[in-house]
Design a protein around this ligand. Structure first.
Ligand code: ZN
Length: 389
């Protein structure tokens, strides 16, 4: 029995080098698709085949502040937050921006360039102990009532100022990710006048437009909000943002009840939830829903840290509602630990963690172990390295 198990492991790793396992949700499988992972509030990780950006993803204060494990993952630039090309900040409010967290991330990601308004730059200078090391990778632009175009790490972006109460500048961004246009206006107030200097917006074929949910789902603001969307945004997909997780279910229901004039509107339900947006095929009746991009109910993400000494996190994504089993095997194929997955079975991201001990709480010796996640007769395996001092 053990012999068979070992062979399964070997065959598995010959077919799938373990680095590739688990990168599924950040790797658009079609060359023209875009993967968008929700962080929290208005924060997203956006990935095209060769480019990766974070926008409003470093958050100091919000009712649904990301769990510390996630913060640590982003600040350390661990996958999927590694090799980020562009870090965008719309404005310096604490639910969109944390200078210290961005400073940490830039310390660990020598590739990333930060673009934001002048206030963001000034806050980085005041708050980051590594400001001197990263200042050459900070670009401050606050184009009052006008548009600035620049190219950062081979990504063309347009920056345009939109009013938002309480800040000097709230930058809107139009980002060209390998031919797919992404629109993110930050917390722009939903007044037509706010958008009136930017008639060029109408000419852009936007692939994914992010917009605060009250532009569409709110009696008070949505009258003018809908006019703004209709007049200025020619999009394939509209993603509603800036909601608390507690209101996700309400918003998803509200979107489902929208007039059919508003197709392809999405709301994220959970922090770290992935969606892959594929181009809408002309004259097709079926919507290209992102869920079809996932062949299985779950994806195992590479654990971190790896190698580890005390504790390693094992993230996994559920694409449908399912209860998974997570087990640790030694190199001989013997099961040595069942990990309690959290009680969540809902779609989105979850973490298991392993302390390098067996079922009897004994510390295991240094070496290679295997983590297996399974559900619905399908499984994924990944290699974990345990090290002792
Ligand atoms: Zn704000």
């Amino acid at each position: 029995m053990n012999f068979i198990r070992i062979n399964i492991f070997i065959v598995f790793f010959c077919i799938f080098p373990y680095q590739a396992i688990g990168s599924y949700f950040t790797e658009p499988n079609a060359t023209d698709s875009i993967a968008v992972t929700f962080i929290i509030n208005a924060g997203f990780l956006i990935k095209s085949p060769h480019k990766k950006i974070l926008i409003d993803a470093f958050i100091a204060r919000h009712p649904d502040t990301p769990p510390s494990a996630l913060n640590e993952q982003i600040e350390n630039a661990y996958p999927p937050f590694d090799n980020v090309d562009l870090i965008l900040v719309t404005h310096p409010h604490a639910d969109h921006f944390s200078a210290v967290s961005i400073g940490e991330h830039m310390r660990n990601n020598s590739n990333g360039i930060l673009v934001g308004p002048q206030e963001v730059h000034d806050s980085m200078e005041r708050n980051c102990d590594n400001y001197e090391q990263i200042k050459d990778r900070i670009i401050a632009r606050s184009p009052y009532r006008s548009t600035v175009s620049l190219t950062v790490n081979s990504i063309p972006i347009k920056i345009f100022q939109l009013d938002h109460d309480g800040v000097k500048t709230n930058n809107g961004y139009m980002i060209d990710m390998e031919g797919k246009i992404i629109f993110h206006p930050g917390d722009a107030e939903p007044y037509l006048e706010n958008y009136s200097p930017y008639l060029w917006l109408k000419q852009e074929k936007i692939f994914i437009a992010f917009i605060n949910y009250w532009y569409l789902i709110d009696d008070e603001h949505s009258v003018e909000g809908k006019q703004i969307i209709n007049r200025y945004l020619n999009y394939d997909y509209l993603v509603l943002m800036h909601h608390s997780l507690a209101s996700s279910a309400y918003l998803i229901q509200a979107v489902a009840e929208l007039d059919p004039l508003w197709p392809n509107v999405f709301v994220y339900e959970h922090s770290l939830e992935p969606k892959i947006f594929v181009p809408i095929v002309p004259d097709s009746n079926s919507n290209n829903k992102d869920s079809s991009a996932f062949p299985h109910a779950f994806t195992l993400i590479q654990n971190y840290p790896n190698p580890f000494r005390q504790l390693t996190f094992i993230p996994y994504a559920l694409h449908t509602t399912v209860r998974v089993t997570i087990e640790i095997f030694n190199i001989e194929g013997q099961r040595i630990r069942s990990l309690a997955t959290d009680q969540n079975t809902h779609v989105g991201y979850h973490y298991a963690n392993w302390d390098g001990r067996d079922e009897h709480n004994n510390r295991l010796s240094s070496g290679i172990y295997f983590c297996r996640i399974s559900a619905d007769g399908y499984y994924e395996i990944q290699k974990i390295m345990l090290l002792h001092n």
